[in-house]
Design a protein around this ligand. Structure first.
Ligand code: APR
Length: 172
C-alpha cells in the first residue's frame, strides 16, 4: 500500500465534494435516475445528460467517464452496480468490478482523489454490510499497485451507512 494513501468514509452529499472525480451509481442507460444518479445529474446540469447520451450505455460492472460540468468535481465516473437478486447471480463480482473499473478509469485520467457512493445499496437493494466489505476490500487491493490515486472517500449519505463503511474499513 502506498505510504501516503488516504482511504476513509464520511457522510456527505457527494455532489458537494471538491475531489477530482465522483462516482455515480448509474443504470445501464446512463440517462439518469433517482438516488445519487438523480442528485448528480441535477447538480451537474443538462450538459451531463447530453454527454451521457453519447456514451451508448454501460454494462453492469463497468464504468464510463464524463466531465463534471457544474459539479465541483472535475469528472464523473458512471458505474453500473448489480441489482441484488439473492447473492448467487454474480452480484459480488459485479460490484467489485464497479470499484475496480472506476479506479482504473480515474488513474487513466490522472485523478488524485476519488469519492464513491455506496453503490447498489439503495434502489438496487444490495445489503449494505456485504457491499461495504466488497467495496473497501476491492479498493484496498486495487491500490496496492502504483496509481495516481492517493485519496479515496467512501461518501455515505446516512449515519447508519457511515457506521457500516467505517467498520468495514477498520476490520478489512
Ligand atoms: N450523495 C451521496 N450518496 C447518496 C446521495 C447523495 N446526494 N443520494 C443518495 N445517495 C446514496 C443512497 O443513500 C445509497 O446509499 O447512494 C447510495 C446508492 O443508492 P442509489 O442512488 O439508489 O443507487 P443504487 O442502489 O446503485 O441504484 C441505482 O438507482 O437512481 C437509480 O439510475 C439509478 O437505476 C439506477 C439505480
Amino acid at each position: 500500500m502506498k505510504r501516503n494513501l488516504l482511504i476513509y468514509a464520511t457522510k456527505a452529499d457527494i455532489t458537494t465534494l471538491p475531489v477530482d472525480v465522483i462516482v455515480n451509481a448509474a443504470n445501464t442507460s446512463l440517462l439518469g435516475g433517482v438516488g445519487v444518479d438523480g442528485a448528480i445529474h441535477r447538480a451537474a446540469g443538462l450538459e451531463l445528460l447530453y454527454a451521457c447520451r453519447g456514451l451508448g450505455g454501460c454494462h453492469t460492472g463497468e464504468a464510463k467517464i464524463t466531465n463534471g460540468y457544474k459539479l465541483p468535481a472535475k469528472y464523473v465516473i458512471h458505474a453500473v452496480g448489480p441489482v441484488w437478486s439473492g447473492g448467487s447471480h454474480g452480484e459480488a463480482e459485479l460490484l467489485a468490478s464497479c470499484y475496480r473499473n472506476s479506479l482504473k478509469l480515474a488513474a487513466e485520467h490522472h485523478c488524485r482523489s476519488i469519492a464513491f457512493p455506496c453503490i447498489s445499496t439503495g434502489v438496487y437493494g444490495y445489503p449494505v454490510e456485504p457491499a461495504a466489505v466488497i467495496a473497501t476490500a476491492t479498493v484496498k487491493a486495487e491500490l496496492e499497485h502504483e496509481s495516481s490515486i492517493d485519496e479515496v472517500i467512501f461518501c455515505c449519505y446516512t449515519d447508519d451507512d457511515l457506521e457500516v463503511y467505517r467498520k468495514a474499513l477498520k476490520d478489512g
